[in-house]
Structure formats: structure tokens, C-alpha cells
Design a protein around this ligand. Structure first.
Ligand SMILES: [Fe+2]
Ligand SMILES: [Fe+2]
Length: 316
């Protein structure tokens, strides 16, 4: 479907007011896309279609979401105004033939935001808040100004304004928005104070400290770089149960995510009794007790230098 055809179809689905808003979001999104090197065509489509489900009666939206098998949490079930984003993402696919995942994700998250948004997601989130037809509100002028200087800082500001607005109205704040705000607050703090990327050793050290803080047992750090091309370091540890194994892996992934380090892969082996997080130069193995004993990686990598971690675990 061409953009012109999309516009035509959309105009039959929205009120004039909502259609004008959508056009405004589209224009703002395209402008920001040019500014930040994002594909303007994607921004155009995302902006145009973001509210395509908005005019459907809310109970009908709920029924449609259920029919499509969308997972809805309690907050969404109670605040049906949130559904149009989720449903809109689906309608963009079904009714408008959009296949681009980034566009679909941007539409899905345009009301709540989320942590780790793509630039397109940030652009749509902001454009929706500040398109030219928006009624004046406190902070709008500042948001517009900031959006032209720094996309991520503007996103954080947008999230803050949204949270303040929700709190003023006494509505329930969705966890996804709270998490997003916390994520960008940490991230920007990090950009200011910890610009240096972690070396493989620092990464491995951080992993041992984090695992230790979660009561991991028998934490060992092996320097394997001279023995294999797989990684520079292995971190191996044991958890009490497969539940703890999973909790430790989740925790580690979350903490690294905060400093923008994502694993290349995460594998659950042996029915969750062994989780492997591959961070490229550092691989983390989390076992439950029997599986650790059975595979005894430490023995297998007997030739590797074992690094004494007692010092930096104590430092904490
Ligand atoms: Fe919306
Ligand atoms: Fe909107």
C-alpha cells in the first residue's frame, strides 16, 4: 500500500480532529528522522498510523485484542485508553500491510514508551507529544527545543512529563513507563560519568561481583584467552536450584543492560539447570549443583589461569 492509499484509508477510520493530529505527528516524525539519520519513510508511516485504532469503541478494542491473542496485563485491562497502541500495531499489519518490525514496535510503544527504545520509537513517542496541533501544556516548549538537540535526553524529559501528568490526574502509572524512565535516567547518568567501555577483564570482574551479590556459590573466574578463541574469560558459578540459576542469569542480564551491554546469546541447557550467557569476550556459565559437578568445566579447563576473586568480591 502506498502512503497516499494509507492516508485515504486512515481518513475513513478517524475523526477529522484525530486525522489532523496524525498528520501532525507524521510531519514532526519525518523532521526528527532527518535530524537523527533515521529512515524518514519509516517515520512517516509510523507517525501516520500510530493512532489508527483510536476511534474504535474501547470495549470493542478489548474484544479485538483478546481475539488476536494479545497478552494484556491488569493495568491495560483497567485503563482501556492504553489498548489503542497495542491494537494499532496489529492493525498496521493487518489493515495497512506494514511488515517492518521497527515501525510496528514504535506504534505498539507510543503511549507507554519502554526501556531501550530504537531511535524510531523515541521519535514517534516524542512526535506524539509535541506535534504542532497539540494543546499547550507545561513543558511542551522545552520538550520541542530539547528534541532538536538530543533525542535521548528529550525522550527522558518526555517520559518525566508523562509521569508527572499521570500522577496529577491520579491515574495508575504503568510499570513499563516507570522502567523506561529509570532506564534513561541511568543511561544518561552513565553517559556523563562512565563513558569508557568495559574491558573483557572488567566485564568478567563485574559479573563475578554481581553473581556474588546474588549468593552464587563457588564463583570462579578463569582466564581462557590463550587456550581458546571462544572467549577471554569464563565466569562459572553455582545456584541452589534451577529457579536461582534463572534468577541470577536474569539479574546479570538486567544489570549489564543498564550499561548497554547485551549478550550475543543466552542459552538454557539441560532444562534450565545450566544457563550460558555469551558476552563475546566473556562467557558466563550458571549451573545448578548436580549439573556443575557432572560437567565440571573447571576440570575441563584445568590449564586455564584461575584468577583470585576474593579481593574484588571483598571490595564491595
Ligand atoms: Fe495514541
Ligand atoms: Fe497520538
Amino acid at each position: 500500500m502506498t502512503v497516499e492509499q494509507m492516508k485515504e484509508k486512515l481518513s475513513t477510520m478517524l475523526t477529522d480532529h484525530r486525522y489532523t493530529h496524525s498528520m501532525g505527528v507524521m510531519e514532526t516524525a519525518v523532521k526528527l528522522a532527518h535530524l537523527y539519520g533515521v529512515d524518514p519513510e519509516k517515520a512517516q508511516i509510523a507517525g501516520l498510523l500510530h493512532d489508527c485504532a483510536k476511534q474504535i469503541e474501547k470495549p470493542v478494542q478489548l474484544a479485538m485484542c483478546d481475539e488476536l491473542g494479545l497478552e494484556l496485563d491488569d493495568i491495560k485491562r483497567e485503563n482501556l485508553a492504553l489498548l489503542h497502541a497495542e491494537l494499532g500495531a496489529e492493525l498496521a499489519k493487518i489493515e495497512f500491510g506494514v511488515t517492518d518490525e521497527d515501525i510496528i514496535r514504535a506504534i505498539r510503544n507510543h503511549t507507554l514508551g519502554r526501556k531501550n527504545m530504537s531511535d524510531l520509537e523515541k521519535i514517534l513517542y516524542l512526535s506524539d507529544m509535541m506535534e504542532p496541533n497539540r494543546r499547550e501544556y507545561e513543558g511542551l516548549a522545552g520538550l520541542r527545543e530539547l528534541s532538536e538537540k538530543n533525542l535521548t535526553e528529550a525522550t527522558l524529559y518526555g517520559l518525566e512529563l508523562t509521569i508527572a501528568h499521570i500522577e496529577r490526574k491520579g491515574q495508575v502509572l504503568h510499570t513499563q513507563t516507570m522502567e523506561a524512565e529509570r532506564f534513561y535516567r541511568n543511561l544518561l547518568h552513565k553517559e556523563v560519568y562512565h563513558m569508557e567501555p568495559l574491558s573483557p577483564f572488567e566485564k568478567a570482574k563485574k559479573a563475578t561481583v554481581l553473581l556474588d551479590s546474588k549468593k552464587a556459590e563457588q564463583v570462579s573466574l578463569l582466564k581462557v584467552g590463550e587456550l581458546t578463541i571462544l572467549a577471554d574469560y569464563f565466569v562459572i558459578c553455582t545456584g541452589n536450584s534451577s529457579t536461582q540459576v534463572k534468577a541470577m542469569a536474569d539479574f546479570l542480564e538486567e544489570e549489564f543492560e543498564k550499561i548497554e551491554i547485551s549478550p550475543i546469546s543466552r542459552e538454557g541447557k539441560q532444562g534450565g539447570s545450566w544457563i550460558l550467557l555469551d558476552y563475546g569476550d566473556v562467557i558466563i556459565h550458571i549451573f545448578d549443583r548436580p549439573t556443575r559437578e557432572f560437567y565440571s568445566l573447571d576440570k575441563l579447563w584445568d590449564d586455564a589461569e584461575e584468577i583470585d576473586i576474593s579481593e574484588f568480591i571483598k571490595e564491595q
